[in-house]
Write a protein that binds this ligand. Structure first.
Ligand code: ADP
Ligand code: MG
Length: 640
């Protein structure tokens, strides 16, 4: 623990704990050696030690008493503050009674110690929570504070939300890009670390698309915005992270419910324990004491604190590596996921198509020009590669563009109709095309019902794909590939990466059907995870038990439909996310088992009167601290 990483409030609490602890030790030693009870004679012997311990009690416990009273006023009786107050004030009362009855003077120290150690536990909890919050806060730093809007050669600083689509904004070196857009002037290097968790600088020049949240490193650029602030990447990501903690895991919901019923039951049992045996034995002080110790141990702190904390640490760690998990319930599901379904293009393959050959029926240039007109509005990797090859500005852009998912695109203007896509598109439009016999993905182009030519392209398998698939298989996970591409390409890729199963020539709705079939035929303990790049596959992301969208920074549909968003385009992040999920859940289970076992043991012992309150408080706080430290091990998980 480093002191300079503590928040102001934590420092204040630490000082308070240290002061109270020193006072407590001094008083305790004096009490035992010089017997403070002898300061006042006889009947009032208890008064002096009582007053001294009461000071310590108030220093360390005023906020707990305050919280307990506030909650009672709000109608919430049975929370941990209440338990602690009843137990400690009860212990004071008992000690005073014993003193007045002139039995013995003892027990004030215990009442203080309970609160003192309780606060030590609270301190650990706050420290651990803040530590995880910091990795999430690093993400929160993404939020841009202003945008420099350019109007008539004047530059004005405005709130990012005031900028409209199409406005020109100026981003100086060192500034954050506030909205998504396209560079209209200048070129520079961007730091995308905040978005992707990877500090690989990205070169951008005229016409490059830039995403909000990146930091401009080298030189001034002008950006024409393409989205409003609330639609921009940075807003979407922040929204996702902010909402993550509201999606609770089953374990957390169980604990909340558990605490709700458990605490009143414990209070009731404590009452019974104080009253019933006393009626028979008339030994009120002994049984009230046992009942109070019982209350101290029964506080469910360790569970209530450490379980959400473990999940929180898991979410925080993941976000630090560009893995955004929308809630702890998804960590729970990812831990269980044993069927992984992958989209091919852009997920298992790079999605960086290169053109192998262009076959023109008449005119080579014309094939490329028509294809480029049609692809001009598409975000599909195929479109990118064709536009890149054409590399000319598309002059006439008032075509009406339609995207036929899983088939291609259609551009229409007046009496002109361009078709650009796979064989299905040609067949559905009764085009008499020449089939390409080479292996690879083929884009056929037709104009006004006439076949113009085809472009044969190919993609590359990502470097890490093979390893990731084999690692998943090694973990006993079934792997399946779904693709809209043709059978030849699909078979080739599937054999190359040794995936268990594959299905080809699927339209997006067929992909969803496949997912539904898998979901319907799976066993009840199976969990299906779909991994896609978010282009054309939002429905599959939503339909599966858990949807992972990768490399999808900038694709809103994917960010919305997915449960986990990988900001990097690297498949290994899936292995790491799975590892975080597995370890987090293992730690959660350890904590549940450990704290319940210790609690039950001490509860029985204290009900039988074998333990005293000291033991109880160490049992309670000790278990909580061990559980918290265990939860913090989540932060130590190493990247794969
Ligand atoms: P996958 O991601 O599995 O390749 P898609 O649904 O994205 O599946 O695409 C399936 C097929 O549809 C592609 O292989 C291609 O033949 C065709 N296609 C989709 N979009 C386009 C496009 N913009 N231009 C040309 N062909 C396209
Ligand atoms: Mg795809």
């Amino acid at each position: 623990m480093k002191l300079n990483t503590l928040t102001k409030k934590e420092k204040k609490n630490l000082i308070r704990i240290l002061i109270a602890l020193s006072l407590f030790v001094v008083i305790f030693v004096f009490d035992k050696i010089f017997v403070l009870a002898n300061v006042f004679d006889g009947k009032f012997g208890w008064l002096f030690p009582f007053l001294l311990y009461l000071c310590v009690y108030l220093i360390i416990g005023y906020d707990i008493i305050f919280k307990a009273i506030r909650n009672i006023l709000h109608g919430q009786f049975f929370d941990e503050n209440f338990l602690m107050c009843v137990a400690t004030l009860g212990a004071f009362g008992l000690a005073i009674t014993k003193g007045v009855l002139n039995e013995q003077i003892e027990g004030f120290d215990e009442a203080c110690a309970v609160l003192l150690f309780y606060q030590v536990g609270e301190f650990f909890q706050s420290y651990a929570t803040n530590k995880s919050r910091k990795s999430i806060a690093a993400l929160m730093n993404l939020r841009p504070d202003y945008a420099n809007i350019k109007t008539n050669d004047k530059i004005k600083k405005v709130d990012p939300s005031e900028v409209n689509v199409g406005d020109i904004i100026v981003v100086n070196p060192g500034e954050k890009i506030p909205l998504d857009g396209v560079i209209t002037n200048g070129s520079s290097t961007l730091d995308t670390k905040a978005l992707t968790g990877e500090s690989i600088p990205r070169e951008v020049t005229l016409n490059s698309a830039v995403l909000s949240g990146c930091i401009n490193i080298s030189s001034k650029i002008e950006v024409k915005t393409t989205k409003k602030f609330y639609d921009s990447t940075v807003s979407k990501i922040l929204e996702l992270v902010e909402n993550a903690s509201s999606q609770k895991s089953k374990a957390e919901n169980f604990i909340t419910k558990f605490a709700k019923y458990y605490t009143p039951i414990v209070v009731f049992v404590a009452l019974v324990l104080a009253i019933v045996p006393s009626l028979f034995t008339s030994n009120w002080t002994t049984w009230i004491y046992r009942s109070l110790s019982f209350l101290v141990v029964s506080c469910p702190c360790a569970l209530v604190i450490s379980i959400p904390l473990s999940f929180f640490a898991g979410l925080g760690l993941a976000s630090k590596y560009g893995i955004l998990v929308k809630g702890s319930n998804y960590l729970e599901k990812l831990n269980k996921a044993n069927i992984f379904v992958f989209d091919k293009t852009g997920t298992l393959t790079k999605g960086n198509f290169v053109i192998n050959c262009i076959y023109p029926k008449n005119n080579y240039e014309e094939v490329l020009r028509l294809a480029s007109i049609a692809e001009n509005g598409s975000s599909h990797p195929i479109a990118k590669c064709i536009l890149q090859k054409y590399n000319k500005s598309i002059s006439n852009n008032n075509y009406f563009l339609t995207n036929i998912a899983g088939q291609g695109v259609i551009a229409q203007k007046d009496d002109e109709k361009i078709l650009c896509g796979n064989e299905k598109l040609m067949q559905n439009n009764n085009i008499n095309y020449t089939k390409c016999n080479n292996a690879g993905t083929v884009v056929y182009v037709a104009k006004n019902e006439q076949f113009v030519g085809y472009i044969q392209i190919s993609d590359q398998i990502k470097d890490e794909t093979k390893e990731v698939i084999s690692q998943l298989k090694f973990q006993g996970i079934k792997t399946i590939m779904l693709t809209g591409d043709n059978e030849d390409v699909a078979k080739d890729v599937a054999q190359n990466i040794q995936i268990d199963e594959y299905k080809s020539s699927l339209l997006p709705q067929n992909k969803v059907e496949q997912i539904e079939n898998i979901m319907a035929s799976k066993k009840s303990q199976d969990t299906v995870c779909f991994v896609g790049d978010g282009i054309n596959d939002a429905p599959s992301l939503m339909r599966s038990d858990i949807g992972i969208a990768m490399g999808s920074v900038g694709s809103d549909a994917a960010i919305e439909a997915a449960d986990i968003v990988l900001m990097k385009d690297n498949l290994k992040a899936i292995l790491f996310a799975k590892k975080i999920a597995q370890k987090t859940l293992r730690i959660v289970k350890q904590n549940i088992a450990f704290s319940i076992a210790v609690k039950v043991a001490i509860l029985i012992l204290s009900a039988l009167g074998i333990t005293n309150m000291w033991f109880a408080v160490f049992g309670d706080v000790g278990v909580a601290i061990i559980a918290i430290l265990n939860a913090m091990r989540v932060n130590k998980i190493k990247n794969v």
